[in-house]
Design a protein around this ligand. Structure first.
Ligand SMILES: NC(=O)c1ccc[n+]([C@@H]2O[C@H](COP(=O)([O-])OP(=O)(O)OC[C@H]3O[C@@H](n4cnc5c(N)ncnc54)[C@H](O)[C@@H]3O)[C@@H](O)[C@H]2O)c1
Length: 251
C-alpha cells in the first residue's frame, strides 16, 4: 500500500531535477499523474523513464500561459477522473545583480515562480472545491524566500511571495478541507544549480554554510512533497517546511 493510493495529482516542471523526482516518488506511493514541462524533449523522456512506476500523462507547455494551466486541470479530470494533489514545482533562476537585472528577467522570474503557482493553484482549488472531497497543494519555495541572497533579487522575492501565497491559500481553502503547504529547500544539486552561472569556487565554498556539509538530493525533497501531499500530514497547513541540511539554523 502506498501513502498516495487513489490520489490524482499534477506535477509541474517534471522534465528533470526535483520535479522529475517528485513525479517518481508520487507514482511509487500510488498516485496517478498528469505532469508537465516547458521543454517537450524533457517531458517525453520523463514519460518514458517513469512509465514503469504507474499511470502518467505528460503534457508539454508553459505554466505562465493561463490556457495551458486550464488544460492541465481539464486533462486531470478527463484522464484521471478528478484532482486531489497539486505539486507546484516548476521554477527558474538567473543570477544577476540588483543594479543590472533587466525588467524582462524580473517579470519572467515572477511569472514562472510566483504568478503561475497562484493561477494553477486557483484553478486546481476550484476543481477540488467542486469535487467536495478536499485536497492538498504543495508549492515550491526556497530558503531564498526566508533569507535573501546576493544576485538573486527576483528569485528571492518570488520565493518569499510563495510563502505568503501558501499561508493565504491555506487560510481561505481550509473550509474546503484543502491543505496548502510549501517546501523550502536549500541547495539541492540539480541542473538548475549547475547552469545558474555560478563561479565554481563559490559553489565549493558554499558547503561551509551547510552544517551537514553536502548539497541536498532531489529525492530528499521529493520525499517531503509526498509526505505533505499525503493524509499523514492531515493537520499540517500553511507551513513552509525547510529542508536545507541545517543552513538556516546557523548564523
Ligand atoms: N535546485 C535547488 O537548489 C533548489 C533550491 C530551492 C528551490 N528550488 C526550486 O525547485 C524547483 C525545481 O528546481 P530544479 O533545481 O529541479 O530546476 P530544473 O531547472 O532542474 O528543473 C525545473 C524544470 O521546470 C521546467 N520549467 C521551467 N519553467 C517552466 C514553465 N514556465 N512551464 C513549465 N515548466 C517549466 C524546466 O524546463 C525544468 O525542466 C524550482 O522551483 C526551484 O526554484 C531549487
Amino acid at each position: 500500500m502506498g501513502r498516495l493510493d487513489g490520489k490524482r495529482a499534477i506535477v509541474t516542471g517534471a522534465g528533470r531535477g526535483i520535479g522529475k523526482a517528485i513525479a517518481a516518488k508520487l507514482l511509487a506511493e500510488g498516485a496517478r499523474l498528469i505532469v508537465c514541462d516547458a521543454v517537450p524533449e524533457r517531458m517525453d523522456e520523463t514519460a518514458v523513464d517513469l512509465a514503469g512506476l504507474g499511470e502518467i500523462h505528460a503534457l508539454a507547455g508553459d505554466i505562465t500561459n493561463d490556457a495551458f494551466c486550464q488544460r492541465l486541470v481539464t486533462t486531470a479530470v478527463e484522464r484521471l477522473g478528478g484532482l486531489d494533489v497539486l505539486a507546484n514545482n516548476a521554477g527558474v533562476a538567473t543570477v544577476e545583480s540588483f543594479l543590472e537585472i533587466s525588467r524582462h528577467n524580473w517579470d519572467r522570474t515572477l511569472a514562472v515562480n510566483l504568478t503561475a503557482s497562484f493561477r494553477l493553484g486557483q484553478l486546481a482549488a476550484r476543481q477540488m472545491v467542486t469535487q467536495g472531497s478536499g485536497g492538498a497543494i504543495v508549492n515550491m519555495a526556497s530558503t531564498n524566500g526566508h533569507a535573501g541572497e546576493r544576485g538573486l533579487v527576483a528569485y528571492n522575492v518570488s520565493k518569499a511571495g510563495i510563502i505568503l501565497l501558501t499561508k493565504t491559500m491555506a487560510i481561505e481553502l481550509a473550509e474546503h478541507n484543502i491543505r496548502v503547504n510549501c517546501v523550502s529547500p536549500g541547495w539541492i544539486w540539480t541542473d538548475l544549480a549547475a547552469e545558474g552561472g555560478l563561479d565554481p569556487e563559490f559553489i565549493a565554498a558554499y558547503l561551509e554554510k551547510i552544517p551537514l556539509r553536502r548539497y541536498g538530493k532531489p529525492e530528499e525533497v521529493a520525499n517531503l512533497f509526498a509526505f505533505l501531499a499525503s493524509d499523514e500530514a492531515s493537520f499540517i497547513s500553511g507551513d513552509s517546511v525547510v529542508i536545507d541540511g541545517g543552513q538556516l539554523s546557523e548564523e
